[in-house]
Design a binder for this molecule. Structure first.
Ligand code: ATP
Ligand code: MG
Length: 333
């Protein structure tokens, strides 16, 4: 759907902890550059968050903090719409309809489901169903683009499949969304086990740089990030630790990998590179931390942002859901 001539962008980050560097470099930092070009909807997927166990009071607090972190990352509420998923009627309702045309095998094959269910004693169906809800989030607003990190590509593919299937079955209804994934920053890995992606819900805080980390903490975490015994700073899949740090540098500096490799080609050992990387991250995250500090306790303001967001999107969601209801054969009320 286009509002005026602008295409619609929709995306979100779960309120499952303080945003980490991957969320920033792979997501929010790119999103803020889209505000003028697109009609942007950024939401806080708190209904997704309960697919893993949450302490209710913490989830409520984390949702409020997420609003502040979005704004601190540069998502200016005057130039985009920010809303909370559970405030809107339509996401779960559309997810039900889409679930009824989703092959269950496709859900079992999702990487995120495999990772998040691995070694768990109790696996709940919400975790399996997560990508269907995500498809509903996207299709409910006829989003054209879904900017995310690489880990969400498979989920956006499912949203595309479901849009095409619904349209073919019931007639043209949904826009088929496209993922927007950047070359660098799209898959930032853990500082301690670089074969796994960095995640805000990782219990090992040393494996993760949070966007609100103090400078000293950032220096410490980068200095102790796992590398190898070599000294060549390269985009080498055989050496995932240093490769990840190079990717982080290039994404933060906004340069390509080849340029990054060339810049550090003459460096002796990893220590000077690590120091430069830490300085770069500290400078990059400083304004985010400051802005967050300035607004984080202003509950009235934060709630006003998402209330305004809900007022904007609820009519859109309602209209599309009504169309979907009619198409599948639900009797009007
Ligand atoms: P959780 O551990 O709770 O799943 P998360 O850190 O994976 O948290 P999400 O809320 O699942 O964060 O994802 C928010 C956005 O950040 C998505 O667009 C996702 O693709 C992106 N993202 C998450 N982790 C990374 C990462 N390591 N590198 C790049 N982008 C990432
Ligand atoms: Mg995730």
């Amino acid at each position: 759907m286009e509002i005026g001539t602008k295409k619609v962008v929709l995306t979100g980050m779960q309120p499952t902890g303080i945003l980490q560097l991957g969320n920033f470099l792979g997501a929010a930092n790119n999103w803020r550059k889209m505000l003028d070009r697109y009609n942007c909807y950024f939401f806080i997927p708190n209904q997704h968050a309960i697919t893993v166990p949450q302490v209710p009071a913490d989830l409520r607090r984390a949702t409020l903090n997420a609003i502040a972190q979005y704004i601190a990352c540069g998502l200016d509420p005057e130039r985009c719409t920010i809303f909370v998923q559970s405030h809107i009627t339509g996401h779960t309702e559309l997810a039900w309809i889409l679930g009824c045309i989703t092959p269950i095998g496709q859900l079992y094959r999702m990487h995120q489901f495999k990772e998040k269910s691995a070694k768990k004693e109790n696996i709940y169906s919400g975790l399996l169903y997560y990508p269907v809800l995500m498809a509903a989030d996207i299709l409910l607003y006829n989003a054209d683009y879904v900017p995310t990190g690489e880990d969400q590509r498979q989920h956006v593919e499912l949203a595309r499949d479901l849009a095409e299937k619904f349209n073919a079955t019931y007639s043209e209804t949904f826009t088929v969304p496209a993922p927007l994934i950047e070359e660098t920053g799209a898959r930032i890995m853990s500082l301690k086990s670089p074969e796994h992606k960095m995640s805000k819900s990782d219990p090992d805080a040393n494996a993760t740089i949070y966007i609100l980390d103090e400078p000293k903490i950032i220096q410490k975490k980068i200095a102790s990030a796992v590398t190898d015994s070599g000294d060549k700073i390269a985009d080498d899949p055989e050496r995932p630790g240093i490769r990840n740090l190079l990717h982080i540098y290039c994404a933060a500096a906004g340069i390509g990998l080849a340029e990054g490799e060339e810049k550090f080609a003459h460096y002796q050992g990893y220590a000077p590179f690590k120091r430069e990387l830490a300085d770069m991250l500290i400078a990059l995250l400083e304004p985010v931390r400051e802005k967050y500090r300035a607004i984080k306790d202003d509950k009235t303001y934060l709630l006003s942002v998402v209330r305004k967001g809900a007022e904007t999107v609820q009519p859109i969601a309602h209209k599309l859901l009504s169309t979907a209801y009619r198409k599948v054969g639900f009797l009007e009320g």
